[in-house]
Structure formats: C-alpha cells, structure tokens
Design a protein around this ligand. Structure first.
Ligand code: UDP
Length: 335
C-alpha cells in the first residue's frame, strides 16, 4: 500500500465535474494536492470545473468509470480515489432504472478493482437513501434498513448503493483494500442542478423566476440539508484518516425542516412573490411513488473520529444558493 503522510497526494475524483465532485476538486487543489478528475458529463458540467482547468495540478478526463484503460491509467498515478461517479437524482433514477443499477454497481466494482491493483485508498460515496423507510430517527450507520419492494423503481437506487457499500467493505475484508464509505444526506449548495429533482435548487430557481414553488405531496416530509462546503471538508479529512477505513460514516446536517416550511423560507430569502403549489406525488413522479417522511443523520461517528460538525445553518445555505442562482439567471438574461 502507498504510504500516506501529510505530503501532497494525487487524488482521482470520479464524478469530478459533478456538483459535490467539483467542489471537492477545488478544495483539494487549494491544499496543494494533484487532482485527476474523471467524468462522463452525464450529469456533470464542464462549467463546474472551468475555473480549475488552468491549474497545472489539475487534469480532466471525459470518460466513463467503466472505461478500463482510462481508469487504469488514472488509478496508476493516484494515492487516493474518491468515487463519486454515479447515477443520481430521484427523477433520473425513476426514468432510467437500468442505467442506474448498472452504473452504480459495475462502476463501483471497476473502481475498487483499480484501487486494489495500485494500492490506493478509496472513499465510496453512498447515500441516506439506503436507510429507506427506516423509522428510528436519527439514522445511525449500524441501523437496520427498510427498503420498499422491487416493483417500485425508486428503491433501485438505494439497493444499488447498498451493493456498492457491501462491495467496498468486502474488498476491505477479503483483500485488505483501505476503503471508506460515506452516506450523504441531502447535500446542497451552489452549482447543484435542480434538473434531476433536487429540491433546494428547484425551489430557489422557481422563486427567483417568480414561478410557483412545486411542493410534492402535502409538504410535511422533513429533511436536513447540509452545505457542500461542510461535506467536502469531512470527505477530505476522512480520506486520509488511518482509522476511517473499513467503516461507514453519515455526513449531514442536523437542522430539520419540512418541505412545506422550506418553500416558505425560500420565498422569504429571495423576497419572491411566488405562490406555493402542492402537487400530488403520483403527478410529480410516478403512480405509487413512496417518499421518506423523515431523514435525520446521527453524525456522532464522524464527529468522534475527525471532530466534524456542519458549520453552515440553513439560512446561510439558502442565501448562498440564492446568490448563485440569481447570478446565473442574470447572466442568462444578459446573453
Ligand atoms: N421535492 C419537492 N419539490 C420538488 C423537488 C423535490 O417537494 O420540486 C421534495 C421531494 O419529494 C422530497 C424532498 O423534496 O420529499 C427532497 O427531495 P430531493 O430530491 O431533493 O431529495 P431526497 O431527500 O428525495 O433524496
């Protein structure tokens, strides 16, 4: 295994042009690390990494994680692999279930094999979706999970990510691969796209445009949002921590809010006159769609290991997203 110390490392970030990936690349470069970003731009955007492209420590490769030759070349140069490339977003998952399952499972296995060949540490991104409809709040890493039936597409994402977790931990146990699993809970912030269903950028863009805010269901479902800047800080610290391997960590915020109340907060933060519109789930997604009523992370484990806590509250997060989206809308209308 390659020796890790406080010296600059070479990181391979799969999904490096995505929302969380691009923020992480930026952070790692600011710390003097070399960053190789791999992204097929299925949901990632070149504009997310445009400011990084002049940096001599940054290399971008447009390809799929399942492209063996490319992945092999990048892994051979890396000390640490951060595996973010995945099919994400509830809407996308519902409309492309085969692609979701295949990308998530085969992509992760390809990355684990490449990490093993070159003695890299690997951090695999998972999701709070794996807790499914679990009712014991807050969710902690060793809780049982309760997924819906396989006839409901939505659960294929959770199941595929669960397999990713099993794979990562199995590579740890059987082959001594230093692997870490993180479960992200509703990460939000500048550059997140609302195109695939994510609620905060959708609400903020609707509000900035004066369009109706689309609350799905009755709006009583609750979530905890965490700013991407806090999330990537945890990822960076965990990626090099000697005691993080072979473990699963929740990463998320603690401030719980209902989606109905979130719509009101967004209206207030943007000074918008948008009305709030309630849309039944079967119209918003598909007949029989099942949502999670509450999703709150227990973050004791990550806090105990690396002293991590989120620093930004929902108000700060919404202001950051508002400023980013307002600037984008202004630029679009000027061009
Ligand atoms: N949601 C909503 N309106 C939208 C998009 C999402 O009311 O335009 C709801 C969604 O049904 C869920 C919550 O907001 O209850 C969070 O959705 P998101 O897709 O951001 O994340 P999830 O927690 O479902 O993974």
């Amino acid at each position: 295994m390659k020796e890790l110390d406080t010296q600059p490392q070479t990181y391979l970030v799969t999904g490096g042009a995505g929302f969380i990936g691009s923020h992480l690349c930026e952070l790692l470069l600011s710390k003097g690390h070399r960053v190789l970003a791999l992204d097929n731009l299925s949901t990632g955007l070149m504009s997310n990494i445009e400011p990084l492209r002049g940096n001599p420590l940054f290399e971008f490769c447009r390809d799929n994680v399942m492209s063996e030759v490319v992945l092999d070349r990048l892994a051979s140069q890396s000390d640490i692999i951060i595996h973010f490339a995945a099919s994400v977003g509830v809407e996308r998952i519902i409309s492309n279930p085969v692609e979701t399952i295949h990308n998530n499972v085969a992509g992760t296995e390809a990355v684990l094999q490449a990490a093993l060949r070159y003695g890299c540490r690997v951090l695999v991104a998972s999701t709070s979706e794996v807790y499914g409809k679990g009712a014991r709040i807050p969710f902690s890493e060793d809780d049982d999970v309760l997924l819906g039936p396989s006839c409901r597409n939505r659960w294929s994402y959770a199941a595929s990510k669960m397999v990713d977790e099993f794979l990562a931990l199995a590579y740890c146990h059987e082959y001594d691969l230093p692997a870490i699993v993180v479960r992200f809970f509703n990460t939000v912030g500048p550059r997140q796209s609302g195109q695939y269903g994510m609620v905060v950028p959708r609400f903020v863009r609707q509000a900035v445009r004066g369009a109706p805010i689309s609350v799905y269901g009755d709006g009583t479902q609750q979530r905890c949002f965490c700013d991407v800047s806090d999330v990537i800080r945890a990822v960076e610290l965990l990626s090099v921590h000697p005691e993080a391997t072979n473990r699963v960590f929740n990463i998320g915020g603690q401030e719980e809010i209902s989606i109905g109340a979130l719509a009101e907060r967004v209206v207030a933060v943007t000074g918008s006159s948008s009305p709030i519109q309630y849309i039944p789930y079967d119209q918003a997604y598909a007949p029989g769609f099942e949502d999670m009523a509450r999703r709150v992370p227990d973050t004791t484990r990550v806090e105990q290991l690396i002293g991590w806590k989120p620093t930004l509250m929902l108000q700060d997060i919404l202001e950051r997203v508002r400023d980013h989206i307002a600037a984008e809308e202004q630029a679009a209308s000027a061009s």
